[in-house]
Design a protein. Sequence first.
Length: 90
Amino acid sequence: MQRVVIIPETEFSSLVARLEKLEAQVQASTAPKEDQVYTVREAADLLNMTTEGVRVARRHKRLRGFKINEKCWGFHQSEIDRYKNRYKRL
């Protein structure tokens, strides 16, 4: 035997609106965000380092980068933020 709960139509429509709003927020928060890509020079400016310091950090695997082409390396914004939080300079 199933139970039935009767609620007014206005209350039902407000509950449905709240549910749709909640679903939209969850979907927006789980959507992948675009990650900005920076060159070695731009990453050095953001990290207050020299370009050689960025290259050394990449070689020692403290800063993860990827090859843009045969010569140039790129760094994602999330990786730069991770490096800033991990290797804080005072």
